[in-house]
Design a protein around this ligand. Structure first.
Ligand SMILES: Cc1cc2nc3c(=O)[nH]c(=O)nc-3n(C[C@H](O)[C@H](O)[C@H](O)COP(=O)(O)OP(=O)(O)OC[C@H]3O[C@@H](n4cnc5c(N)ncnc54)[C@H](O)[C@@H]3O)c2cc1C
Length: 547
């Protein structure tokens, strides 16, 4: 007989495992249907099943409990500057490559390949966030690789490969590759003009790079896009970690950083000592070249945040269904139902916005100018808002599990540590909000593309119409000043997400989103829903009881 000490009896909810975490996520399945198409459902479902399995979930725990180790020398005394990972890390990257999370969608012909990949990203990121860093950078590297056809010819097939190949070999001998980026230095990450790494031409078209990079994540990657100062100014270089003979290419790992979260991932301080690289894009226009990659990593930060929200919603609803307090299941008690519904609403808006952005990215890459203008503003708007809302969301979801939520074996403790990172890297909150203003100021068509998108939902909700008018009025009055940047970015983000929900979600969801995110009730805290909101049906949709 199972007793109290086995943890299964009484009032302790069972772990949420099994099933298909894609099909049980209505907001995500509907977004894939909308932004990709029916062809994508099976692929997503296959990964959804894998991510629900206890063995896969265990890989996420193991990768965090066994963080990477800095290996300076190999057994023969040769300097290798490597990071050694637990097998669980490699297994997770195997799953990612097999399911096409790295560069595959750039090679796929189906419309919606990027939105479908975004959904699969959200699924795997719920298992473990650390591995999503090399996945995101590798995915995002393709537009930057394509700036140099010779580079793209060698590296794009490796990046698009469905084979994960961790062997430390020169690129030409690999079956799959990971790509990272090294921009941030001690003097500045947001302000890249502080970059002091020097690139010296060696005469054969290549350059030698010397300097210190303060944050280099996924340091075991096969190559990096590196920012350095060449004679013509700040430039971008492609630097393989190993040279063509398999020796380290002037790439010295000083130490692995000790981080709050994201512990399975190796983030290093790196010394470049005459590392040989090739110029990407125009010399002196390095920031523009690097931004070709950063557009993709910012997109994936939004997906990573959506994944933290989804995990929180699903774990919290599951727990509240199986936990009684004061004689009743928590899920049925008004104050808790409201918190769960509000957490679910935040995810609904985030996932709708995220996958709409994925579609815009794909259309922009195919040459659609209007999509490019929309993407230009939607990316910083959504990165600012969704990533900023996630840490508080993670804390609230964790609290739904009471003391158990604070325990390391709850899954949510790790998600809580992960949440602030999405907002910091790839452009922190202020930087994103200021980028919204920059986009409006410098790039034609951006304001029209945004207003055109909002127009599609006109007449669908009174509060949405009022918010869209506020955005329009704000733009007509001139671009807001820096002190108003966050307020404006937040308003645009909520209005955009609301407009997507009004067009696509059940009315119970879209009305509640508008009421709580656009009306006067927005307080910033979760769970303060007006009583007219249909909280129970929103919770049931968030995690159907049959799943
Ligand atoms: C775990 C982790 C992994 C990372 N991995 C990588 C990597 O692989 N490669 C890489 O290149 N970098 C990496 N980074 C670095 C990351 O991108 C930077 O930390 C980030 O861009 C912020 O730069 P910073 O740390 O220099 O802070 P700063 O630029 O000094 O910013 C400090 C604060 O000032 C704000 N701020 C900046 N400018 C303005 C302004 N004009 N007005 C108002 N406020 C402003 C910022 O929003 C921030 O809140 C990583 C960081 C972390 C935490």
């Amino acid at each position: 007989m199972v007793g109290e000490r086995d943890g299964l009896a009484g009032n302790v909810p069972p772990a949420r495992t099994g099933g298909d975490i894609f099909r049980s996520d209505m907001a995500l399945t509907e977004a894939v249907w909308r932004e990709a198409g029916s062809w994508a459902m099976e692929d997503c479902s296959a990964l959804g099943v894998t991510c629900g399995q206890p063995e896969t979930i265990e890989l996420g725990f193991a990768a965090n409990e066994n963080p990477p180790v800095h290996v300076v020398y190999d057994r023969g005394g040769r300097r290798v500057d490597a990071a050694e990972f637990h097998p669980s890390w490699h297994s997770l990257l195997d799953i990612a490559a097999w399911h096409g999370l790295m560069g595959r969608s750039w090679a796929e012909k189906q419309q919606g390949a990027h939105a479908a990949r975004a959904a699969r990203f959200i699924l795997l990121a719920q298992v473990e966030a650390g591995v999503m860093c090399p996945i995101a950078m590798t995915y995002a590297s393709v537009p930057a690789l394509r700036m140099d056809p010779t580079l793209a010819e060698v590296w794009e097939p490796l990046v698009a490969s469905v084979e994960y190949d961790p062997r430390p070999l020169p690129g030409k001998q690999k079956r799959g590759a990971l790509i990272g980026m090294a921009m941030t230095e001690r003097a500045g990450g947001s302000d890249l003009s502080q970059c002091a790494t020097v690139a010296t031409p060696v005469g054969d078209g290549r350059y030698e790079l010397t300097g210190t990079k303060w944050f280099v994540s996924a340091v075991a990657s096969d190559a990096f896009f590196v920012l350095a100062r060449s004679p013509a100014g700040l430039s971008c270089f492609f630097v393989p970690r190993l040279d063509e003979d398999g020796r380290t290419n002037g790439f010295r790992v000083d130490r692995l950083k000790d981080k709050l979260g994201n512990r399975s991932n190796a983030t290093a301080e790196v010394e470049l000592e005459r590392a040989v690289g090739t110029l990407v894009g125009q010399e002196g226009h390095g920031v523009r070249a690097v931004m070709a990659m950063v557009a993709g990593t910012r997109h994936d930060c939004i997906l990573g945040s959506a994944a933290v929200m989804r995990l929180g919603v699903a774990e919290a609803v599951h727990f509240a269904r199986h936990r009684n307090a004061f004689g009743q299941a928590l899920v049925d008690q008004g104050a808790m139902t409201g918190v769960l519904a509000d957490l679910a609403l935040e995810y609904e808006g985030a996932v709708a916005g995220a996958l709409r952005l994925s579609r815009a990215m794909e259309e922009a890459a195919a040459g659609n100018a209007e999509a490019a203008a929309f993407r230009r503003i939607a990316a910083p708007v959504l990165k600012y808002w969704i990533c900023k809302r996630t840490p508080a969301h993670a804390a609230e979801a964790l609290e739904c599990l009471g003391g158990q939520g604070y325990m390391e074996d709850s899954r949510l403790a790790r998600a809580y540590r992960e949440a602030p990172l999405m907002s910091i890297w790839e452009g922190s909150g202020n930087v994103q909000a200021l980028d919204v203003l920059r986009a409006l100021h410098q790039e034609s068509g951006v304001a029209d593309a945004l207003l055109g998108e909002l127009q599609h939902a006109r007449g669908g909700n009174r509060l949405l119409d009022a918010a869209a008018s506020e955005v329009t009025g704000g733009l007509a009055a001139g671009i807001p000043d820096e002190a108003q940047a966050r307020h404006f970015a937040g308003l645009v983000a909520r209005t955009l997400c609301a407009s997507l929900l009004v067009r696509s979600a059940p009315t119970s969801v879209s009305d509640a989103y508008c009421e709580t995110r656009l009306g006067p009730r927005l307080s910033g805290a979760y769970g303060e829903l007006p009583s007219k909101v249909e909280a129970a049906s929103i919770v049931e949709r968030a995690l159907p009881e049959s799943h």
